[in-house]
Design a protein around this ligand. Structure first.
Ligand SMILES: *Cc1c(COP(=O)(O)O)cnc(C)c1O
Length: 375
């Protein structure tokens, strides 16, 4: 896989490496009021609903901004302020949900399982049975700060059995991991353009149950993030309420075509899994340790513990890898020194092997000959 010019590969959780053809799709200017652009928006929403098997039951509403804007729009528009939200936290993105609810002054409770363990469905059930004021459960599908893949299907089943509503931040998973709204009940699922569909950054979107969105009129604390208003305006005019990221939408449609051509979610998941396996096997062979046990590793991003060796310096490691054409990501753990390497984006195993060679060179340049973390 070749990228544009000699851009570095982004081994990050987004924005990520995109194909030259996705970037090239941005070479035209579109009028935001124009029929052609409106048709592009409609096609995009239709196809995203198809990817979640949510046609009919749900609608797809795009919203300008980064992924967090879409999460804020969903929480602010869909949550009844009289009900409590149980937030399942095991990393920074779960904590961000808490910050958003705090800002909006919506009641919440937290079930925090630390950086390296998923929430247990049985515990969620206990909490829901013990507290009738809880109306919603909010879950991060893949917690990108550690790479942990949370058990969406099992949690969704429990939440539905307890007759509560589930809100899923599937930002870093949708498009790369299967989602089926008919088998995995959810009120809303949130993702963005620049993750597993491999588009460029500029908007997020919410796949939301139609009946719930219809009931959300006038609830949002924010004008620009009001999902109900955005949806009604789109329905009425075919247009986004305020200036849309036109080039980003054009690039996203190209990215959707490339997703289909590759073989859809199944093929993409297989490629990301091969990338992850090559990365993790290669890093372990060099003595690195992953934060997570194998059963919680996601095909999206992997956290490695930093070597305890006195010559290891993350800033230097980063710079060496960047000079070789690879951008990695700092860790986001509270307790341990770590760094992250993503396996998503327009990359394959050949890229991962080149990265592993670059890791060898970086370690040699620093004089690190032992990659084990502190005991
Ligand atoms: C990327 C991501 C987000 C959104 O982050 P932005 O920086 O606002 O795009 C939210 N949740 C998860 C799990 C993510 O991976």
């Amino acid at each position: 896989m070749k990228t544009h010019r000699s851009d570095p590969f982004l081994l990050t959780p987004g924005p990520l490496t995109t194909s030259a053809t996705v970037k090239a799709a941005m070479q035209r200017d579109w009028g935001s009021w124009d029929d052609e652009f409106n048709a592009m928006t409609a096609e995009m929403c239709r196809r995203l609903l198809g990817h979640a098997n949510a046609t009919g039951s749900h609608v797809c509403v795009p919203i300008q901004g980064s992924g967090t804007f879409a999460v804020e729009a969903a929480l602010g528009s869909l949550i009844d302020p009289a009900l409590t939200t149980l937030v399942l936290v095991n990393g920074a993105y779960g904590k961000r949900l808490v910050s958003l609810l705090e800002r909006m002054r919506r009641p919440y409770e937290v079930l925090d399982t630390g950086d390296a363990a998923p929430p247990s469905p049985a515990t969620v059930t206990e909490r829901l049975q013990a507290d009738p004021s809880i109306g919603y459960v909010a879950l991060i599908h893949c917690e990108t700060s550690s790479g942990i893949l949370n058990p969406l299907e099992a949690i969704a089943e429990e939440v539905a059995a307890q007759e509560r509503e589930l809100i899923v931040d599937s930002m870093s998973a949708f498009g790369g991991l299967p989602v089926d709204a008919q088998r995995t009940p959810f009120l809303a699922l949130i993702s963005s353009a620049n993750k597993c569909f491999e588009g460029v950054p500029g908007f997020g979107f919410v796949i939301v149950r139609r009946d719930a969105l219809e009931a959300a009129e006038g609830r949002c604390h924010s004008l620009s993030l009001d999902l109900h208003d955005q949806w009604r305006y789109l329905q009425r005019t075919g247009q986004w309420r305020y200036t849309p990221p036109t080039h980003v939408v054009a690039a996203f449609l190209q990215a959707l075509d490339e997703h289909d051509a590759e073989g859809g979610v199944k093929a993409r998941l297989a490629r990301y899994t091969r990338n992850r396996e090559c990365l993790v096997t290669g890093m372990r062979r060099r003595g690195f340790i992953t934060l997570l046990e194998d059963r919680w590793l996601s095909p999206i991003i992997t956290t490695f513990l930093s070597p305890a060796h006195s010559a290891f310096d993350f800033a230097r490691f980063y710079a060496e890898l960047k000079a070789s054409g690879f951008i990695i990501y700092p860790g986001k753990l509270t307790e341990m020194e770590s760094f992250r390497i993503g396996s998503i984006g327009h990359l394959d195993v050949a890229v991962m092997e080149r990265l592993l060679n670059a890791v060898d060179e970086a370690l040699a340049a620093m004089g690190v000959d032992d990659c084990r973390p502190a005991a």
